[in-house]
Design a protein around this ligand. Structure first.
Ligand SMILES: NC(=O)c1ccc[n+]([C@@H]2O[C@H](COP(=O)([O-])OP(=O)(O)OC[C@H]3O[C@@H](n4cnc5c(N)ncnc54)[C@H](O)[C@@H]3O)[C@@H](O)[C@H]2O)c1
Length: 252
């Protein structure tokens, strides 16, 4: 496919964005649509999905899919392919924060749930996508990790571990697929003011940006710009990499 595309043209390509009913996924879906990409919005939330589809536009297609359900992910892949055509872009944005709890009190069922959405969900969607992308000789996979997966944050052990593991998965897949035309990269944002945090008190808001040298939240639109480049043919020599967008927070 890349041979037929100018370096930046993405018109007519098909993308899947998971977690597209809200926050970063919604912003990324909107940005891809602006470039002429036909986007399948995957989310477990049908109500949010309908609203998101109105925002993103009629060229998008909503698919109710829970990334913790392997059969649902496979069915969503088939539905997307039949409805929009073969996807060449997958953005894994579905994610949850889980509880905020001291490690000693962090419940095992919460640990399992957070890992199942954030890590195993990314694994399931990648597994659905990789065979067809490799067969086509072209693909761009963008995993939304977090700066928390590099730096760590207290009281959210499951979340931090899941995001560190997503970075590891990205490295493994990137190396393994490096010569196939399928590039796999991750984004590590610092805090962005989305629904993932629930209600934000002033104290919580201050804590979230305390470690950010630029002293503010990152806007979903800023993350969408980075995701757009990673999802595009212009990203041609980066794979297995994690790109920070953290206002100067991450140091390695
Ligand atoms: N907001 C931040 O500060 C921030 C920072 C770094 C990384 N991230 C990551 O970005 C991603 C998006 O987060 P956000 O801030 O947009 O949150 P959000 O809560 O606004 O959106 C998350 C979306 O994922 C969907 N989702 C959750 N579980 C799902 C499942 N099992 N199957 C399908 N969809 C599911 C939700 O319905 C929701 O629409 C997450 O992976 C998150 O960890 C967020």
């Amino acid at each position: 496919m890349s041979a037929h595309l100018s370096p930046r043209s993405m018109i007519g390509q098909v993308a899947i964005v998971t977690g597209a009913a809200s926050g970063l996924g919604l912003a990324i879906a909107g940005r891809l649509t602006e470039e002429g990409v036909r986007v399948a919005l995957w989310d477990r939330d049908p109500t949010g999905l309908a609203v998101a589809r109105d925002k993103v536009g009629p060229a998008s297609h909503g698919v109710v899919a829970d990334v913790t359900d392997t059969k649902a992910v496979r069915a969503a892949w088939t539905e997307t392919t039949q409805t929009l055509g073969a996807p060449s872009i997958l953005v894994n944005s579905a994610g949850i924060l889980g509880p905020s709890a001291a490690f000693a009190n962090y419940r095992e069922e919460d640990w399992q749930r957070v890992l199942d959405v954030n890590l195993n969900g990314t694994f399931r969607c990648c597994q659905a996508a990789v065979p067809d992308m490799v067969a086509a000789g072209y693909g761009r996979i963008v995993n939304i990790a977090s700066v928390a997966g590099k730096d760590g944050n207290p009281y959210v052990a499951g979340y931090v571990a899941s995001k560190a593991a997503v970075i590891g998965l990205t490295k493994s897949m990137g190396k393994e697929l490096a010569t196939t035309g399928v590039l796999v990269n991750a984004i590590a944002p610092s805090a962005s003011e989305t629904a993932i945090f629930g209600e934000l008190t002033d104290a919580y808001r201050a804590r979230l940006i305390a470690n950010v040298p630029m002293n503010r939240f990152v806007a979903p639109r800023e993350i969408a710009e980075m995701a757009l480049w990673l999802a595009s043919p212009a990203c041609s020599f980066s794979t297995g990499a994690t790109f920070d967008i953290s206002g100067g927070r991450a140091t390695f």
